[in-house]
Each structure stands twice: as structure tokens, then as C-alpha cells.
Design a protein around this ligand. Structure first.
Ligand SMILES: [Zn+2]
Length: 260
């Protein structure tokens, strides 16, 4: 079985209201968080987890999100710097279908794009407050996910599955109805890519807590608090340690070039 390495690629940043990040408790201020593509190396071909936001312009039009992306943070630049041609990517595992995670899936024409079936169904007609983050084609949204124009197609997943030996795609609902986690076996143990179920290590408004992984709080924008709490308990057991949980939007992801 392959032993994998996980490389975070910095694909720009998003300015977000703190309350979206931490249980709705903090208001009035903003933080910058990175938009990350996770490259899994060591398999038969390059594998990606999530695909970052599409573009600064798309973020502004879709949900009035303020993003930034330097030329070096372009997903294609980041991938090529890591030695990957986007056309060689054969697998993209989406944690969920929010704009900042599925934005660039259209860039990978030769990849099978895995998503939980319930998430894909929900994308079409989410509750009203979720229309913008899903870039859903309904309910008065004047904007649709850019991959629609790119004619991207998806492989819906119905049950937890070991997609490749050592890489397991499993349901982890809470932040969205069909968010999935990805468990990856590496030399030091099993990592869990936790998507936005756990998007930062700790409360951004309590910087003194940052080195600690806080698995008792959920992000402000959450479909179901109960599901999120159950999923959090679950990922703590799947990961070899708390250090093996990799949140989706924490700048500390780049403290290490590669997780192995
Ligand atoms: Zn996100």
C-alpha cells in the first residue's frame, strides 16, 4: 500500500466575518483565512482534496466575499510548483460543495470528482441562507457555480469507501448536510482532512488558544449543530492524534510544507 504525503497549497485568502468561523459568538470583526487545495502525493497519480475558490471576481459576484489571490497563489501556479500538471490529476475529493471548496473543479478535466450524493442533491435547492455559499441555481440567486459553465460532472458517493488503499472518504455532516472527511494513511499515522467541520485549529478571536485544537466548538455557519458535534467526536477517533487533524482554513497549515 502506498504511504501518502499531504501538501497544502496556498491558493489565496478570504476575508471572513469572525462569527462565521466561531459559533456565531463573535461579531464585528474580520479575519483573513487561506483557501487551500490539499495535494496528496505518493499514490498512482496526483490526488486533490478540494479545489479552492474560483476567482476574486467570482467571489465578489457570488456572495460579495472579499478574496485576494496573487499570481503565485493561482491554483495552476501552485500545482505546477509542486510538479503537477492539472491534466494529470485523476481524482478530486470534495469535502463539500461550498464556493471556496469546489470553485476550481472545472480545471481538472481528467479527474473523477467525488462528492457525497446528499450534498450534490442539496446543492440544487439548499435552504435560503445557504444559496450563496452553494452558488445554487435557484431561489433568486443571480449566480451559479462556475463549474456549471465548465460542464464539470461528479461521481456521487453513497457510503463510506476506501477510494484507494489508505484513502477513505467518509461522511462527516454538520457544517453542510453532506460534508465528508478524508482519512489518509501516512508514515506517522492517519490524517483527517476535516473540511469546514473544523476549519481552524482554535477560535480566531482567542489567539492565546491557537496552538490547541478545539474539537468542542463548531463554525458559525453550520447546517446542524448536533450532526457537527457527532462528526467532531468521530474524527477525533479516526485521526491518529489531534495533530493529525488538518483544518481547511488555518494559516498554520503552512507551518509545514508537507504532512507525512
Ligand atoms: Zn470553507
Amino acid at each position: 500500500m502506498s504511504v501518502y504525503r499531504i501538501r497544502p497549497l496556498n491558493c489565496g485568502s478570504i476575508s471572513s466575518g469572525l462569527r462565521e468561523y466561531w459559533g456565531g459568538r463573535l461579531t464585528g470583526s474580520f479575519i483573513e483565512v487561506p483557501s487551500i487545495i490539499w495535494l496528496i502525493e505518493g499514490g498512482p497519480y496526483p490526488i486533490l482534496v478540494d479545489s479552492a475558490f474560483h476567482s476574486v471576481e467570482n467571489g465578489r459576484k457570488g456572495g460579495q466575499w472579499i478574496c485576494s489571490r496573487s499570481p503565485e497563489e493561482e491554483p495552476e501556479y501552485q500545482l505546477r510548483k509542486a510538479g503537477v500538471d492539472p491534466k494529470e490529476v485523476k481524482m478530486v475529493l470534495l469535502t463539500h460543495m461550498h464556493w471556496d471548496h469546489d470553485g476550481c473543479v472545472g480545471m481538472f478535466p481528467n479527474a473523477t470528482k467525488y462528492v457525497w450524493r446528499r450534498e450534490l442533491q442539496y446543492w440544487a435547492a439548499p435552504c435560503r441562507t445557504q444559496v450563496k455559499p452553494f452558488e445554487a441555481p435557484c431561489l433568486g440567486s443571480n449566480h451559479t457555480a462556475p463549474w456549471v459553465a465548465d460542464r464539470a460532472t461528479f461521481q456521487p458517493v453513497d457510503e463510506q469507501s476506501e477510494i484507494l488503499p489508505g484513502i477513505t472518504y467518509f461522511p462527516m455532516p454538520g457544517h453542510t448536510i453532506g460534508e465528508c472527511g478524508i482519512a489518509v494513511k501516512a508514515d506517522s499515522g492517519t490524517y483527517v482532512l476535516s473540511g469546514d467541520l473544523l476549519s481552524t485549529y482554535a477560535c480566531p478571536g482567542r489567539p492565546e488558544a491557537w496552538p490547541e485544537l478545539d474539537t468542542h466548538s463548531v463554525v458559525g455557519q453550520t447546517y446542524s449543530l448536533q450532526m457537527a458535534a457527532e462528526s467532531l467526536r468521530r474524527i477525533v477517533h479516526i485521526a491518529s492524534s489531534k495533530k493529525h487533524i488538518l483544518p481547511s482554513h488555518d494559516p498554520k497549515a503552512f507551518d509545514r510544507e508537507v504532512y507525512k
